[in-house]
Structure formats: structure tokens, C-alpha cells
Unconditional design. Structure first.
Lengths: 139, 114
């Protein structure tokens, strides 16, 4: 670990791992809002819509933007204390939370291939997180 | 997928990756020198501008493609950011971290194409 700040970081609400969790949660919710909002106002025939700016007509997109700003502030805070080689891979836990969320809350089926992908991500997250857990133990 | 769509996906991915690295540099700098200095402000502004470009390009792409189709490209950001952080920011990159990043990338791609 090259970053000295991992050793002198705040606890409680300022704990960077808690902030990483909050950041992931905001991204998780914003993904659903963005897709729904973008679909609601889709104008595939208009060349201007390639810029995505027409998406601002949807209130859901604005809610998503608020959540993205919140997650962004938490994320910047995380970057201050944690190396990005650790923090970024961990933040992608959201990529399996989205399909799992669809499975749990929307009753969508998850194919065998998709379960395999989820398993790979979990193993990868474990590999990235284990050295972090060991550092925490030493503290 | 048209050549234009592919180009926009690549631009969106690259601007996102560059933004993350620049923001990491900005926050490291701020940890040592505080938030009130022109170098931190300009780095953060460039990072936010690149994130904004990536955001609107993604919003445009989402109007044409399913989220599940666009996701594998976002998955690639894990491997790009991990490698480039080791090169550009001189962060430690152990074999374990590298393998973890590769598995996460492979898993995200599998989840998206299934």
C-alpha cells in the first residue's frame, strides 16, 4: 500500500469504506433511474439525441443526476484515502448488484452464464478485498 | 452497431478512465496541499468535465441500446483503470490485485452478454 492516508483515516461517517458503500448504493439506484428516464424520452430518429442532452426532459434523469453527484462526492472522499487500484475494482460490486436486484425485486430470471459471471466478479472482489482486510486487522 | 456508436462508446469509456485517474491525482494533491490551490481546482475541473462528457454520451447511447448491451464496455474500465493507475500514478499493483481486476472484468462481461 503506497498511500499513507490509508493508515490515518477517519472513523464513523468519515470512514472511507462506509463512504465507498454509500457511493455504490447511489450508483446502484441511479442506474435504474437513468435507463428508465432515457427510455421515457427516447427520440431515436433525432440526431441531436446522440448527445443525450434531451434526456434532461425526464424528471427521473434529474433524480439520477442528484444521486450521481452524491456518489461522486463520496467517491472523491474515498480517493483521498484509498488507492484507486483497490477502490475502483471494489466499486464495481454494483455490476452484480444490478442483476441481483432485478432477480430479487423484479423476479427476473438469471441464466447459468450470468450466475457464472456473478461468481467470477465475487471471486475477483475477494482477491482485491483480502489484502485490505488484512491491513484493517493490523490497525 | 454503427461505426458512430462504436466510436462514441470508446470515447465515453476513455474519457471516464482519464477522469478517474485525474481525479485521483487531484485528491492526492489535495491531501497534501489542501483544497484552495489552483492546481487542485484545475485538475478537479478537468476530471469533472471529462466525467460530464462521458455521462452525456452514455445517456445518448442508452436511448439506442439496452443497458445490458452497453455494460460490457463499462466493465472494461476496471482493467484500464487498474493498469493505468499503476503506470501513471505509480500505485502498487500486486499479482493478486491484477488477477482480481481481470476476474471482475471477465465477470462483468459474462453477466452483460448472458
Amino acid at each position: 500500500m503506497t498511500n499513507d492516508h490509508t493508515r490515518h483515516r477517519p472513523t464513523g461517517f468519515g470512514n472511507p469504506w462506509l463512504q465507498l458503500g454509500l457511493s455504490v448504493l447511489c450508483v446502484f439506484v441511479s442506474e435504474f433511474l437513468l435507463k428508465r428516464g432515457a427510455t421515457d424520452v427516447a427520440e431515436p430518429d433525432s440526431a441531436f439525441s446522440w448527445t443525450g442532452i434531451n434526456g434532461l426532459k425526464s424528471p427521473l434523469v434529474w433524480w439520477a443526476i442528484l444521486l450521481i453527484i452524491a456518489s461522486f462526492i463520496s467517491w472523491l472522499y474515498v480517493l483521498r484515502y484509498v488507492p484507486i487500484t483497490v477502490a475502483y475494482p471494489l466499486s464495481r460490486v454494483v455490476d452484480i448488484l444490478v442483476p441481483l436486484g432485478c432477480w430479487i425485486f423484479l423476479g427476473e430470471l438469471i441464466s447459468t452464464t450470468r450466475w457464472c459471471g456473478i461468481a467470477l466478479v465475487v471471486v475477483g472482489l475477494g482477491l482485491v478485498a483480502k489484502p485490505v482486510a488484512q491491513i484493517e486487522e493490523r490497525l | 452497431m454503427s461505426a458512430l456508436a462504436f466510436f462514441l462508446i470508446v470515447v465515453s469509456l476513455l474519457s471516464f478512465v482519464a477522469a478517474q485517474l485525474i481525479l485521483k491525482r487531484a485528491m492526492e494533491f489535495s491531501a497534501a496541499n489542501g483544497l484552495r490551490n489552483s492546481r487542485f481546482v484545475s485538475l478537479a475541473a478537468i476530471g469533472v468535465a471529462l466525467m460530464t462528457i462521458s455521462f452525456f454520451l452514455t445517456l445518448g447511447l442508452l436511448q439506442r441500446f439496452d443497458l445490458s448491451y452497453l455494460y460490457p464496455f463499462q466493465g472494461l474500465s476496471v482493467i484500464f483503470i487498474t493498469l493505468l493507475a499503476a503506470v501513471a500514478l505509480k500505485e502498487n499493483l500486486s499479482a493478486r490485485l491484477m488477477l482480481g481486476a481481470l476476474l471482475i472484468t471477465a465477470g462483468i462481461v459474462l453477466v452483460s452478454i448472458s
